[in-house]
Design a protein around this ligand. Structure first.
Ligand code: 3PG
Length: 307
């Protein structure tokens, strides 16, 4: 009987866990649960005899992958798979997948919520400003970016996007204006919402040059990854621009140093973009179905490494 480990340091909603177990029971598989663990060694131990692994932001390091003697597939129930050591997975012949699009609405709703929070003076009852008519730049037009555009248009924002990997026509069909460079996006838009993955190319790529280009009242919303912001530059920009705001769902390393910029800086206490029961169910069940389809039929849709 195939054994599947659901390892979530940040557990899914109970309904998602039940749904995942049901899918595996019907497939004749056994589900093993490892939730709220704090020691990475617990994951290393738990993966030892399983055939498949579902994770969220949990780290599938080389050590984890090598400890999984029977491991055939890892599914990141979510979008970003920078937490999987893809080189190690490929070397060990382990298939890695994500579940694109499944939690994107949840993240997009949070991005807009954070935007409102910042524009309305952190809900402290002071006079703020409205989003209507303001320019929003979407940095990377994937599933989350597309949902952010849809909701922002409901607020009456003017939406722009930059994504060299998505055809102009696809973006324009959504009523979103395409800009030709990342510099143009930042110099055009007062609000910029980040949706780029954390890769060797994108890490530290949001630098002072881009941040300083933004128009008055500049606000960057980060529901992507903390690593994409150049933190030394972020601190510099905060010190130089009294109008600059940064709101994040993933606290930067320099969080404590930014707390002095009350009302201009905010980070959620714990990453919560995908923390809705709907997103948990969508991503969790998709991950479970992908594992069943792979183990039973060899289906490799959504594979992100080359094995
Ligand atoms: C993702 O990449 O899907 C999001 O960042 C959500 O991550 P989480 O599952 O750890 O909440």
């Amino acid at each position: 009987m195939s054994k599947i480990l659901l390892a979530t340091e940040k557990p899914f909603a109970a309904a998602a866990v039940e749904g995942i177990k049901k899918i595996f029971t019907e497939a004749g598989f056994e589900t093993v649960l490892l939730e709220k663990y704090t020691d990475p060694n617990d994951l290393i131990k738990a993966v030892a005899d399983v055939d498949a692994l579902i994770i969220r932001s949990d780290k599938a390091t080389r050590q984890v992958i090598e400890a999984g003697k029977n491991l055939k597939i890892i599914v990141r129930a979510g979008a970003g798979y920078d937490n999987i050591d893809l080189v190690a997975a490929t070397e060990k012949g382990v298939v890695a997948m994500n579940t694109p699009g499944q939690n994107s609405n949840a993240v997009a709703e949070l991005a807009l919520g954070l935007m409102v929070f910042m524009s309305r003076g952190n809900f402290k009852g002071v006079s703020g400003s409205e989003l209507l008519g303001k320019k929003l730049g979407i940095h990377a037009y994937g599933y989350v970016g597309k949902n952010v555009a849809r909701i922002a248009k409901g607020f009456g924002m003017k939406v722009y996007a930059f994504d060299p990997f998505v055809a102009k026509e696809i973006v324009e069909k959504d009523g979103v204006s395409v800009v030709n460079s990342v510099e143009e996006l930042y110099s055009t838009c007062q609000y910029v919402s980040l949706h780029i993955p954390a890769t060797e190319k994108t890490k530290n790529s949001i630098n002072a040059e881009l941040m300083m280009k933004m128009p008055k009242g500049a606000t960057i919303i980060n529901t992507a990854r903390k690593e994409v912001i150049n933190e030394e530059d972020l601190k510099k920009v905060f010190a130089e621009r009294p109008d600059f705001k940064y709101v994040s769902d993933i606290a930067p390393v320099c969080h404590a140093e930014l707390l002095q910029y009350e009302n201009r800086y905010y980070s959620t206490p714990k990453k919560q973009g995908a923390e809705t029961s709907e997103a948990n169910i969508n991503a969790g069940l998709a991950a479970a179905n992908q594992i069943v389809n792979f183990l039973k039929n060899g289906d490799r849709t959504f594979q992100v490494n080359k094995v």
